[in-house]
Design a protein around this ligand. Structure first.
Ligand code: AMP
Ligand code: ZN
Length: 122
């Protein structure tokens, strides 16, 4: 199993059920839950069970890391389809490091849907 725990990590605690969250999906590699401060009508966080802090670590994780992030995207697409966004318009965002708005240092993808999205993002 590829779970590990970051010291005092909020998303590890949600993964382990120590902090409550509205979970929408869970499998052996990733879990997903509703964002507590939604930025769109649908805002779901899709998170690897394995703790790693930022996407900067991904190249060092090799094929295993690539598999995990592929799974993240697949789960996000399945949730988007389930909610009727497929073919319409939805967004998947990784904020990487504080300069890009990352505030929780356990990698996660934001699935946003249910409204139009501008480009470039802010
Ligand atoms: P980021 O700023 O990209 O690191 O995203 C962290 C996200 O976690 C933000 O969108 C927060 O609203 C969300 N968040 C923080 N604490 C919780 C929590 N306890 N349950 C659900 N979402 C949370
Ligand atoms: Zn963690």
């Amino acid at each position: 199993m590829d779970s590990s725990t970051g010291a005092d990590c909020l998303f590890c605690k949600i993964r382990d059920g120590e902090i409550p969250a509205r979970k929408v999906r869970e499998d052996d590699r990733v879990f997903a839950f509703e964002d507590i401060n939604p930025q769109a009508p649908a805002h779901v966080l899709v998170v690897p069970r394995r703790h790693f802090a930022t996407l900067d670590e991904l190249p060092a994780l090799g094929a295993e890391g690539e598999g995990i992030v592929g799974r993240l995207a697949a789960v996000a697409a399945a949730i988007a389809a389930e909610r009727g966004f497929a073919g319409d318009g939805w967004r998947l965002v990784f904020n990487v490091n504080p300069g890009a708005g990352q505030s929780v240092f356990h990698v996660h993808a934001h699935l946003l849907g249910g409204r139009p999205f501008g480009w470039p993002p802010g």
